[in-house]
Design a protein around this ligand. Structure first.
Ligand SMILES: [Mg+2]
Length: 307
């Protein structure tokens, strides 16, 4: 089967945006951008599915944890653009094997994260079928023209990541301790996204949802750069492989102009410079300590998660 990138590229070419459209960014970034005429803000839109046995398991996730994760995925995309969330629409297909308690718990998880982040649950759809599935659309806002894109990095720009990587993959493997928490209850980095946009004037950003190696490759493709990195900071107990390729981190990967003063932490969250963007190279654009880094992150179409 064609990989996710190939399919997305095909769709991107087919879904042409007519000249003068208020859609100023279509397929290919963390969110689409809609620019209402005369508005001081651009609107951000993202949609994310949460499927049982793909994104969560009923044995390991309580209903509220699944609900929280369903919304967190979209909020992380809003964070990646430097935006603030406004409202969400949620469609849930309840599995025939799920009871009212599960459904109520699921919505408890959704609404508690919605309340914490000022996101209004504004509508959706409900259905029942043999398998559970869920889709959440999140709308956010960002000052006009200021959204952080994947495509803004240039050779020489520094590459930074938030937090420590590999914890989610470790938690998926062990289902224990802090790593479990990291996997089950990811924190969308909304305040950090706004900070790097406003104060650091970040040149590009995205959230790490499919693994650093794959997501950085996507940023390089969007920005037409290569990247030279060293190993990222590792979550306690995580392997190097997990930190490089593990998905569902929901930390931010971003670039800044050289010489930008980036503090070592933001609200207690570690910020680490892991390398710099380079001129585009033929073949694999990402190098770890000078050696090409194979993207082994999560691609639903091409491969299995390695972590
Ligand atoms: Mg994303």
């Amino acid at each position: 089967m064609q990989d996710e990138f190939t399919l997305t590229e095909k769709l991107r070419k087919r879904a042409k945006i007519p000249a003068g459209s208020a859609v100023v960014k279509g397929i290919g970034d963390d969110c689409a951008i809609y620019r209402p005429r005369g508005s001081a803000d651009d609107l951000l839109f993202t949609t994310d599915m949460l499927l049982e046995n793909v994104h969560f398991r009923r044995e390991t996730h309580k209903a509220a944890e699944a609900g929280r994760k369903a919304l967190a995925r979209g909020l992380s995309d809003i964070a990646a653009m430097g935006g603030s969330p406004r409202f969400c629409l949620l469609s849930l297909c309840v599995a025939e094997s799920m009871d009212d308690k599960w459904v109520n718990g699921f919505f408890d998880g959704v609404t508690s994260l919605a309340d914490e982040t000022g996101t209004v649950l504004a509508g959706g759809d409900l259905a029942r079928s043999p398998a559970m599935s869920c889709d959440v659309v999140v709308c956010g806002a960002v000052p006009r023209g200021e959204a952080l894109l994947r495509s803004g990095a240039r050779p020489g720009h520094e590459i930074w990541v938030s937090g420590e990587l590999g914890g989610s993959a470790l938690g998926l493997e062990t289902n224990k301790g802090k790593a479990r928490r990291r996997h089950i209850a990811p924190e969308p980095r909304i305040q950090l996204g706004q900070y790097i946009r406003e104060k650091l004037r970040a040149t590009a950003a995205m959230d790490i949802s499919d693994g650093l190696s794959l997501d950085l490759q996507r940023m390089c493709a969007a920005s037409a750069t290569g990247a030279e990195i060293t190993a990222p900071p590792r979550f306690t107990g995580a392997s190097l492989e997990q930190s490089l390729h593990g998905g569902e981190e929901y930390e931010l990967l971003f670039t800044v102009r050289p010489g930008t003063r980036v503090p070592p932490t933001f609200e207690g969250l570690r910020l680490t410079r892991i390398g710099r963007m380079t001129d585009p190279a033929a073949g694999n654009p990402v190098r770890l300590d000078g050696v090409p880094l194979e993207p082994k992150g999560w691609d639903h179409f091409a491969r299995q998660a390695t972590a």
